[in-house]
Design a protein around this ligand. Structure first.
Ligand SMILES: [Zn+2]
Length: 503
């Protein structure tokens, strides 16, 4: 093999194609293709980063192959590449576009000589996520979209500016810090580590997750993705970074924020599209890259824990086996109750904030178990008028049991005769009766001077409420139940004992 002379050193920040293009100009070849073919190298092999041809060119140019190989994105087929042991899909790379920092090129030009020999295409510029020059803090400029084969000398063909014209370009360009996502990707390719959650994913997963979360956080859930331009995606990456850098807790907070925002808009329920927008849509796409990374499981878990789900339904690729939350609507539907009445019971039990009571039943959520219990209570509802008969009590006794909290109205209504309108859980009524039967034994020989609750209250001048409280607290000793009778009306009490306890 002929040795190329003069020597042109490979620079550690450039791509192999950049170096080969510079060599081709140095050696007076009209195109990169003819230059490579003179070295017995097929240009497509070179551009696909085939190891043997990289080695071959290095040998001819008297260049150590290690730094060249270090910057080579090698094709592994199917539009996939590997750069520094990181798999990279072609979609993450810029191969048919010219991107540059005018100040970097100006520095190159200042080295003197032919810009075709001096200008280097930085390997970092070939990554789509890199949008800002880390050295100069200005947005990269985009130019000349063309087929890859025609892009071999793009830095001179597409950028005629020299000297002051390059500086003028820099002055007009947007000044900004590199995005943390860009810094992360470049750092990772340089062997740095952290944040841990992102390090556990492929670069593609890390970048897509950050951008897709960021795009809904920055532009809302209804944004048309086609309308998001390069700067928009850059902003999305910056927005998403805040959450992904914090790992799983960060993602959880982001999901919660999106859900809270949807709730404010009166949206939610089982419509995960409206809550998470394109983030959810993206995770639904099977595409040719079905593995979205750990965000998919995180969002699935979040929805399962915090939203209304339908058992048996497929959620992001897995069947729902068990629900943790009901919406008032789905709970009403399942239990055959009116959503509005059920909603009132849930507010009464503090499962729904009273301030949210007028939100749509489809977005009001309750814990599944507590919700089921509330619905069951409502299904067993008995009206107040039936209480005396069920408790074996007078109407005033029933009222006192409510005042004492032994019986809880399922709902509280405003206005007159409210007690008549609100129902009571029949199970609670049964339990109150059971309690009194257990506490107070049936007696075959109740002393003749012992009296009923009503008589006791009147003769001892003790309000019924206080009397019941004394009985329920278990303080009374001389109390019994008339044989063969049930309920509160069957109780017999010694007035002497009452007076003693009351004093
Ligand atoms: Zn620069």
């Amino acid at each position: 093999m002929l040795q190329l002379f003069p020597h042109l050193r490979f620079e550690t920040d450039e791509t192999p194609a950049s170096w080969a293009a510079r060599l081709s100009v140095l050696h007076g070849c009209s195109t990169l293709r003819t230059f490579l073919s003179d070295q017995g190298i097929a240009s497509s092999d070179f551009l696909h980063g085939r190891r043997s041809v990289i080695d071959r060119l290095c040998e001819a140019a008297g260049q150590d192959a290690a730094p060249v190989w270090h910057n080579t994105a090698a094709s592994v087929g199917n539009q996939n590449f590997t750069l520094r042991a990181e798999p990279l899909p072609a979609s993450m790379m810029v191969r048919e576009e010219t991107r540059f920092c005018p100040l970097c090129l100006h520095q190159d030009d200042l080295l003197g000589g032919d810009p075709g020999i001096c200008r280097r295409d930085r390997w970092a510029w070939s990554l789509r996520v890199v949008t800002t020059c880390p050295e100069h803090g200005i947005a990269l400029i985009y130019r000349g979209r063309d087929h890859r084969d025609k892009m071999q000398r793009k830095l001179i063909e597409h950028i005629p500016e020299r000297g002051g014209a390059l500086v003028a370009l820099a002055e007009k360009a947007t000044r900004r810090e590199p995005s943390p996502l860009q810094t992360y990707v470049l750092g990772r390719l340089e062997g740095q580590s952290g944040p841990q959650w992102l390090d556990g994913q492929t670069l593609e997963q890390s970048v897509r997750t950050t951008q897709m979360l960021g795009v809904v956080m920055a532009f809302g859930t209804t944004i048309n993705l086609g309308s998001v331009d390069r700067d928009g995606w850059d902003l999305a990456g910056r927005m998403g970074w805040r959450w992904v850098a914090a790992g799983e807790p960060g993602l959880h907070s982001a999901f919660a924020e999106l859900q809270a925002a949807a709730f404010e808009r009166g949206q939610g329920g089982q419509n995960y599209f409206t809550v998470f927008g394109h983030l959810y849509r993206w995770l639904l796409e099977p595409g040719n890259r079905p593995d979205h990374g750990p965000i998919k499981q995180l969002l699935r878990d979040y929805i399962l824990q915090n939203m209304d789900v339908c058992v048996g339904r497929d959620l992001l690729g897995e069947r729902i086996e068990r629900r943790r939350k009901y919406s008032v609507q789905s709970l009403a539907l399942q239990s055959g109750l009116h959503p509005q009445t059920l909603g009132k019971v849930l507010v009464e039990r503090g499962l729904i904030g009273a301030e949210n009571a007028d939100k749509p039943a489809s977005i009001l959520l309750v814990d599944a178990e507590e919700g089921r219990q509330a619905a069951a209570s409502l299904s067993r509802s008995v009206p107040f008028v039936q209480l005396p008969a069920l408790l074996g009590a007078t109407r005033p006794i029933a009222s006192c049991l409510i005042d004492l909290g032994v019986l809880t109205p399922l709902t509280r209504s405003q206005g007159e005769n409210t007690r008549d309108k609100c129902g009571f859980d029949a199970l609670e009524v049964e339990q109150a009766l059971e309690q009194i039967h257990v506490m107070v034994p049936e007696m075959s020989d109740v002393p003749a001077e012992w009296v009923s609750l009503n008589q006791c209250s009147k003769r001892a001048r003790i309000p019924m409420r206080d009397l019941l409280q004394m009985i329920l607290s278990g303080k009374l000793r001389q109390i019994g139940r008339a044989q063969g009778e049930l309920g509160f009306n069957s109780l017999r009490i010694s007035i002497e004992n009452i007076r003693l306890v009351a004093s």
